[in-house]
Write a protein that binds this ligand. Structure first.
Ligand SMILES: O=C[C@H](O)[C@H](O)[C@H](O)COP(=O)(O)O
Length: 148
């Protein structure tokens, strides 16, 4: 598995925590910024990372901003992306098992680095269950194919 990660200025501390987790899990990753703590625009980071995941250059993407909301809205505009905004461990597991999400968004103004690490680890290590869930994802992909 190869992971792409990015944040805006509101998510730099959790981004560092997740990079430490990825190193500990020996999961290869690339950090796409932001480079500084001055104010930036989250779509400038969410969209390129989502496109890289959609193109298959990376298997998964992790995005962090103040709330995670802007990042998840932007990422989900990219065809083929299923980005979940998650702030609890149960949802992290279920969104992999049921939704086969390929991107995770979190908010640094909502949760602390310890919980973010636990969420990311759960999300990275949980498997899609397929079956009835595959049918449901297929319906989303079909809609996406017709309307984008
Ligand atoms: O959904 C958007 C994110 O939470 C942003 O991180 C947030 O809007 C940035 O806010 P500000 O420009 O006030 O730091």
């Amino acid at each position: 598995m190869k992971v792409a990660i990015a944040s805006d200025h509101g998510g730099i501390h959790i981004r560092e925590e997740i990079k430490s987790l990825l190193n500990d899990l020996q999961i290869p990753f690339e950090d796409f910024g932001c480079e500084c703590s001055t104010s930036v625009d989250y779509p400038d980071y969410a969209l390129p990372v989502a496109e890289k995941v959609a193109r298959g250059e990376f298997d998964r993407g992790i995005l962090i901003c103040g709330t995670g909301i802007g990042m998840s809205i932007a990422a989900n505009k990219v065809k083929g992306i299923r980005c979940a905004l998650v702030h609890d461990v149960y949802s992290a597991k279920l969104t992999r098992q049921h939704n086969d999400t390929n991107m995770l968004a979190m908010g640094e103004r909502v949760i602390g680095p310890g919980l973010a690490r636990e969420i990311a680890q759960t999300w990275l290590t949980s498997e899609f269950e397929g079956g009835r869930h595959q049918n449901r994802i297929g319906k989303i992909a079909e809609y996406e194919g017709k309307h984008s």
